[in-house]
Design a protein around this ligand. Sequence first.
Ligand code: OMP
Length: 235
Amino acid sequence: MSDPRIIVALDFPDAKQALALTDRLEPGSCRVKVGKELFTAAGPHVVNEIMAKGFEVFLDLKFHDIPSTVSNACKAAAGLGVWMMNIHALGGRRMLSAARQAIPAGTAKLIAVTLLTSMERSDLNEIGLNGDPQEVVQRLALLANDCGLDGVVCSAREAPRLRQIMGKGFCLVTPGIRPVDASMDEQKRVTTPRQAIENGADYLVIGRPITQAADPVSMLKQLNNEIEEGMGFKI
Ligand SMILES: O=C(O)c1cc(=O)[nH]c(=O)n1[C@@H]1O[C@H](COP(=O)(O)O)[C@@H](O)[C@H]1O
């Protein structure tokens, strides 16, 4: 597979468990994500070890701070040689632009988290966000685009409209992916892998449905097949 669409979320409490899984996976069949749990426990070393196995890494630390802190954190992430990193769109225009300046386009992909896939309409009012998830995500995606970011993290439910507005070059990364019959866990804005691809998502972040499967390797294969079938219908 030249451009694997699945990013396996390595949400593990230590490097040993993360590396045990990457030992069983092929870099040609997926990319991997190192997030807050694994990075806090194991640090940059585990990122280097995973990259040394040939995997492209999405460093998911969702930076959200004052512009100088975020731009310096992004530089440090780029220094690790990761393929993709994210910051939080709610950090606003100045933070997003500072990050973009720190990470020139064409190096690591810099994307903005819009609204977490664990949130639904009823969560928005409480934190002072007006509109439904589609509107909020759209507003933040337009802001990210305006600041020159490479794309956003959103749910695949919002992807069709974003693809329509942003065109093909804007990268849509979608967590909240659940095969039919899988447990939702805390995810609220969810689609199946095939639906996500058909909706225009570029990359699908999938954690527990793969990492907690009895056989993660065959589950990944099954989900890749499902995505392959959906590619012909991708927006
Ligand atoms: O930025 C992310 O990757 C992210 C954004 C978001 O809105 N929702 C979301 O679930 N994620 C991440 O995607 C992964 C989803 O994992 P599962 O729910 O186990 O498939 C987790 O590592 C989350 O941290």
